[in-house]
Each structure stands twice: as structure tokens, then as C-alpha cells.
Design a protein around this ligand. Structure first.
Ligand code: UD1
Length: 346
């Protein structure tokens, strides 16, 4: 067992749940919190079945400081936190910006306040996004961490940028604090057990849940948003990263924020595979990997979409000793296995 305890906010969420599993596998004591605003207690059962352990958990809202403080009272041995808890729907954030600023900023502010109260709580790993790069200039592809941060195109994206800036200022002011911001590219897939996975409410906005729901017959067909982009096949290019690989990067990041003498106290890592795939290529991988029929057609471009973005993960490969190496066909099979499990399809 490792010393101390890792607090995971948003532990029942998509990336949070997979990260709890990897932390437990790596020998960390954890405590999870979640308000279930966009997640289900079933995920906690899934985590317990996978790990064979009961996971300490408190249902609470991180934007309520009094509630949030209780987890630190109950678990005084917390030494690091991974902060996933946030609202994440891009479209909703445009319609309800205050909800996003209120929730996403106050939750992080409370976490920082409660962390710096006690010098043992020295590490924060923050869940950020490649959305901070906006549409990268062609000379910046693949995207390195020093690529310019562009003005956000949504309040959701802006909360990620603002939270990074808040953390950057706070490490200067509070010497006990060590921070790593992880900028995720496009997380996909589910745990190989099919006991945890992505659970979008309503009509999925993201590509892979839309694909798997179409394959399951819940949606009639996949609309590919635009085939007239300046890319080889005309569809947008992204860096799709397996959620279990992504989860393992958090374990490495926790170890790093807890290292003694870590002198880069606000650090940023891109988490991607380093390979861009077009929407059409991903669809074809899905069909080949699962053998399932996937009706699709081309539709108009979706407003706000970026043409192409993929990561240069060299810094994370070197400094975190981590690499995303699960083949995309395996990843898509895991997403399909999860969808079938949720829908009760044989
Ligand atoms: C989106 C968000 C991003 C967020 C990320 C979380 C936008 C503009 N960006 O990224 O801020 O961090 O999700 O995972 O919403 N596509 C289709 N048909 C569909 C759905 C998607 O063709 O039904 C295409 C999109 O046009 C895009 C690609 O699939 O080219 C990936 O889309 P998506 O999964 O929504 O991710 P992003 O847009 O990259």
C-alpha cells in the first residue's frame, strides 16, 4: 500500500471511474466523491466488482464548500486529489454559461482552499482538455504543450482555461501545492470487463457513443458532420485515446505530484496517442473490429468543430513514463461490449 490517500472527485463519472480502478490496482488508498448529477451509483458497483474492494465514497457536491470539507474531515490522510467533477456539455455551456462558471470554478476553488489548509494535501491533478488549443495552426500539429492557448469557443472550454490559470497562480502563492494539468484529447472505450463505461444521458453528442447506440439500433443512423473539410477523406481528424490508458496516466501524474523535490510545480501534459484518425477511418475501424452493420450518411458540418487536432504525447511518454498503446480496434470492441451489456444485447 502507498502512503496517504487519493481523493477522486467525479469518481462515478466516465474517466473518474476508470481512474479509481487503476489507482486501486496500483495500490493506492482512495476516496471518491460525486453528486451523481451526470453519473450513476451503478458505476461504483462496477468499480467494486472489478477491484474486489469496497471503495470509500461520499455523495456530495464540490461546489458546496461545507459539504466538500466533510471528506477532508473524514479522511485526514488525503495527500493528493484528482479533480474530475465538472459540467462538460459544450452546447449546454453556451446556453447556460453561469451554471458552468459557478460550478466548474467554485468546485476547483474549494478544492484548492481545502488543500492548502493542510500541507500534507500537496498534490492536485486537474482534468483539462485539448479544447484549450482551439483550432491549432498547421505548424503546431501534432500539438505540443507549448502550443498557444487560443480564446475558448465555449464557456465550457473557458472554464478549463480559467481553471488552469487559477492553479498556475495558486502554486506560486502556496508552496505546499504541486499541480499537474492533464489535457485530454478524445477519450473513448470502456473497461474490458464491460462493468464500467461511458453513460451519456439522452442523445449522445460524442462520436463513439453515437456509433455504439446506432449499432445497437437505438439511433437510426450516424450522421457524419461534414465531408468537405481540407483533410484526405474530407472528415475531421481527432486523436482518440483509450480511457483505460488515460486512467493510467492519472496514476503516473499522482506519483509525480507527490514526489519530493518536484520543482516544476505547475506542469502540463498532453494525453493522446500521437496519431490522428478521421471520423470515416474510425467508423471503418468500428465496422471491421466488431463485424456489426453501422448505417451512416454524411450531413452538414457541426458548428464550432475543429478540422484537425492530434497530440504530441512525447512529454508524457518521457516524464510520466506512460504511453497510450491499446490498438484502436480493441478500444472500439470494448465500447461495443459495454453498449451491449448496458442494453442487454447478446
Ligand atoms: C467534443 C467537444 C470538446 C470536449 C470533447 C469531450 C465540441 C465542439 N467539442 O470534442 O470540447 O472536450 O467533446 O469528449 O463539442 N461527429 C460526427 N457525428 C456525430 C458526433 C460526432 O460526425 O454524431 C464527429 C465530430 O464532427 C468530430 C468527431 O466526430 O469531428 C468527434 O466529435 P466528438 O466526439 O463530439 O468530440 P470533439 O468534437 O472532438
Amino acid at each position: 500500500m502507498k502512503e496517504g490517500r487519493v481523493l477522486v472527485t467525479g469518481a462515478a463519472g466516465y474517466i473518474g471511474s476508470h481512474t479509481v480502478v487503476e489507482l486501486v490496482n496500483a495500490g493506492y488508498e482512495v476516496v471518491g466523491v460525486d453528486n451523481f448529477s451526470n453519473s450513476s451509483p451503478d458505476m461504483l458497483k462496477g468499480i467494486e466488482r472489478i477491484t474486489g474492494k469496497r471503495i470509500p465514497f461520499m455523495e456530495l457536491d464540490c461546489s458546496d464548500r461545507t459539504q466538500f470539507a466533510k471528506v477532508f474531515e473524514q479522511y485526514p490522510d488525503i495527500t493528493a486529489s484528482i479533480h474530475f467533477a465538472a459540467c462538460k456539455a459544450v452546447g449546454e455551456s453556451v446556453r447556460q454559461p453561469l451554471k458552468y462558471f459557478e460550478n466548474n470554478l467554485s468546485s476547483l476553488l474549494h478544492l484548492i482552499e481545502l488543500s492548502v489548509e493542510d500541507s500534507r494535501r500537496r498534490g492536485i491533478v486537474f482534468s483539462s482538455s485539448c479544447t484549450v488549443y482551439g483550432e491549432p495552426d498547421p505548424e503546431n500539429l501534432p500539438v505540443r504543450e507549448d502550443a498557444p492557448v487560443k480564446p475558448a469557443t465555449s464557456p465550457y472550454g473557458r472554464t478549463k482555461q480559467m481553471n488552469e490559470e487559477i492553479l498556475r497562480d495558486c502554486v506560486n502563492a502556496y508552496p505546499s501545492l504541486n499541480v499537474i494539468a492533464l489535457r485530454y484529447f478524445n477519450p473513448i472505450g470502456a473497461h474490458p470487463s464491460a462493468l464500467i463505461g461511458e453513460m451519456p444521458l439522452g442523445v449522445p453528442q460524442n462520436l463513439v457513443p453515437y456509433i455504439t447506440q446506432t449499432a445497437a439500433g437505438i439511433r437510426k443512423e450516424l450522421k457524419i458532420f461534414g465531408n468537405d473539410y481540407p483533410t484526405p477523406d474530407g472528415t475531421c481528424i481527432r486523436d482518440y485515446i483509450y480511457v483505460c490508458d488515460l486512467a493510467k496516466a492519472h496514476v503516473a501524474a499522482v506519483a509525480k505530484v507527490l514526489e519530493d523535490g518536484n520543482n516544476d510545480r505547475f506542469d502540463i501534459f498532453n494525453l493522446g496517442t500521437g496519431t490522428g484518425l478521421s471520423v470515416l477511418e474510425l467508423v471503418n475501424h468500428f465496422i471491421k473490429a466488431t463485424g456489426v452493420n453501422l448505417p451512416y450518411s454524411f450531413g452538414p458540418r457541426r458548428e464550432g468543430d475543429i478540422v484537425k487536432v492530434w497530440a504530441d504525447p512525447a512529454k508524457a511518454n518521457k516524464e510520466l513514463g506512460w504511453k497510450a498503446d491499446t490498438p484502436v480496434d480493441d478500444v472500439l470492441r470494448s465500447a461495443w461490449a459495454w453498449e451491449k451489456k448496458v442494453r442487454g444485447i447478446e
